[in-house]
Design a protein around this ligand. Structure first.
Ligand SMILES: Cc1ncc(COP(=O)(O)O)c(C=O)c1O
Length: 560
């Protein structure tokens, strides 16, 4: 993370009357050649970096913001060292910098100062010095001992529009893999997110079934901040307490005996697949049976298990030994499982393909078939787990208990973490068989521990059931109205089939005209996976906002 300081103060002696005067002075200096072209070039070169420091009322710095601000892509914060207030210039400086920061969409301004009272009147909040980002700390004048800079002030401009053209930047610098919505989200709060123009949206997507505690949860934020100050990462060469505490918490609340932590859903499935192969290998049981329509992730093993050719085919050849049976086809499943089967891998509710619950008969057949040949039954609860369906695991609402379950999405409340949980008899790994550098690190585990605690304390599983029922009933009313044909799912993992192939148009109308984010998983399917903290009023609002979007999309779709 590069930082940038403009260096010398060119106009310490200046006493401009207003903000405009600052620019006139800068122009005057430029005309006199005091702002050297070389300096400008350097500024232009460096200002694309993360962070600009305007030190001691440095007019070169202000000029840089004025002249090159439009080209700043990554600037997030600006520190101002307003040494000049003693000259009556600080206020002007601050106003100028704030105006510029607003114009170019900077999120936060920091003042590091010995005079907090002075800046309080601009609405700056006092910040403990140890919360000043290290990059700003490093940029303070080295000749100033730390104790003189006894106060930091921060002004958050989070809702200020950014001038960054995110789609253009993404098109230029990011691998072109995502079909993104035309929305740049900059902040969140509970069930709401804010875009870079300050518009707020009721979020029924929640990071794709991730933010179980909502956005900017203080529980997660505090846990992460506390742990980040203590220990973030040391690898699995050593014991770390958050990892073991989390494993203990998961084992206690489940029928499983052991946990293993990774960083994502696909890695959790990868570990589960390796576990099954490891266990069956000696007796030649190496095949994995999975379901058509399933989604297990993008890494090679999880991809091989994924029952959707569109994801698999461009990457073939994939690891061998994977078979797919039609979802909920009991006979096909029974026929596919034999002594070569290492595991059957199933989502109890298929998520990515549009919230399709497995039937009890299918899951029971899988359990019986696995037991008959000694194969593992693995449930992928990456999406359905961690309370999303109103119970901690979705399988709790079925007659079947698997040998292994995978979790991810909701587990860290938004912080990346995945887990494999296994019964003792399934836990076939030996030392050295599998591992990860970052998986289960103290930071991610602290977030997960806090998330699990909040799920219990705030009765969020019950809330998921109750709000889920209200949402499902509201969606069912659209079926009665002829706007939809079906509602599926459980708890706050729901989908609705639109009456025609206009789910994407409904999603766009909801987003653009009604401040509502929903996710279209296909031409006729809308998915609803909001934070588990959603309240009754927000459910009602979601339905109220969705209705006109559905009507508009239906009118447009029918006319076309
Ligand atoms: C059931 C299921 N398994 C696995 C994955 C992959 O998880 P990740 O994207 O964290 O790798 C997903 C993601 O949508 C999922 O829904």
């Amino acid at each position: 993370m590069a930082s940038f300081s403009t260096g010398a103060s060119y106009a310490r002696h200046a006493r401009p009357e207003d903000v405009g005067a600052i620019w006139r002075i800068i122009d005057g200096y430029a005309q006199q050649g005091i702002l050297l072209p070389r300096s400008h070039e350097e500024i232009a070169d460096k200002i694309g970096s993360f962070h600009v420091v305007v030190r001691d009322g440095d007019l070169v710095g202000l000029a840089a913001l004025r002249d090159f601000g439009a080209g700043i892509g990554e600037l997030r914060s600006l520190s101002v060292d307003p040494d000049w207030h003693g000259y009556g210039f600080g206020e002007l400086l601050i106003r100028a910098v704030v105006a510029r920061a607003r114009a170019i969409g900077i999120g936060e301004l920091y003042v590091i100062t010995a005079s907090p009272g002075y800046f309080g009147r601009f609405g700056w909040a006092e910040l403990p010095m140890d919360e000043v980002p290290a990059m700003l700390d490093a940029d303070r004048a080295p000749e100033r001992p730390r104790h003189l800079w006894n106060t930091a002030m921060v002004l958050r401009l989070a809702d200020v529009p950014r001038r960054v053209d995110a789609p253009a930047l993404e098109a230029r610098v990011h691998l072109q893999v995502y079909a993104r919505q035309p929305l740049t989200l900059v902040a969140g709060d509970g069930c709401w997110v804010t875009d870079d123009t300050g518009r707020r949206y009721l979020d029924m997507v929640a990071g794709i079934a991730v933010n179980v505690l909502g956005h900017a949860s203080p529980v997660v934020a505090d846990a992460v901040a506390r742990q980040a100050r203590r220990l973030v990462q040391v690898s699995n060469l050593y014991y770390t307490l958050p990892q073991l505490e989390l494993a203990d918490a998961l084992v206690r609340r489940s029928p499983f005996d052991r946990a293993f932590f990774v960083n994502s859903g696909t890695e959790a499935n990868e570990a589960a697949l390796k576990l099954a192969r490891r266990r069956g290998h000696a007796r030649g049981a190496i095949e994995i049976v999975a379901a058509e329509g399933s989604f297990h992730g993008r890494t090679m093993g999880a991809l091989a298990a994924t029952g959707q050719p569109k994801y698999r085919e461009p990457f073939e050849p994939l690891p061998a030994g994977f078979r797919h049976v039609p979802f909920n086809d009991v006979d096909a499943l029974r026929a596919a499982v034999d002594e070569r089967t290492a595991a059957v891998l199933l989502e109890p509710i298929q998520g990515e393909s549009g919230i399709h619950p497995a039937t009890d008969a299918f899951l029971t057949a899988a359990r019986e078939a696995c037991d008959a040949v000694g194969a593992l039954l693995i449930f992928d609860e990456v999406q359905s787990g961690v309370g999303r369906t109103g119970t901690f695991f979705a399988f709790e609402q079925t007659p079947v208990v698997p040998d292994v379950v995978t979790l991810a999405k909701g587990l860290g409340g938004g912080v990346p973490i995945g887990a494999v949980l296994a019964t003792e008899s399934a836990a076939a790994f030996e030392r050295g068989d599998h591992g990860t550098t970052l998986g289960g690190n103290p930071l991610a585990c602290a977030a997960a521990i806090a998330t699990l605690g909040a799920l219990d304390e705030d009765r969020l599983l019950a809330n998921a059931r109750e709000r889920g029922e209200e949402l499902a009933m509201g969606l069912a009313a659209f079926v009665d109205d002829g706007l939809a044909t079906e509602v599926r799912g459980s708890g706050l993992m729901l989908a609705m089939e639109t009456a025609g192939p206009w789910a994407r148009e409904a999603m766009a109308a909801a987003r653009d005209h009604h401040g509502l984010l929903v996710n279209a998983t296909g031409p006729t399917t809308l998915r609803f996976v909001p934070p588990l903290t959603i309240d009754r009023g927000e459910v009602r609002q979601a339905l109220e906002r969705l209705e006109p979007a559905l009507r508009a999309a239906a009118a447009q779709g029918t006319a076309a």
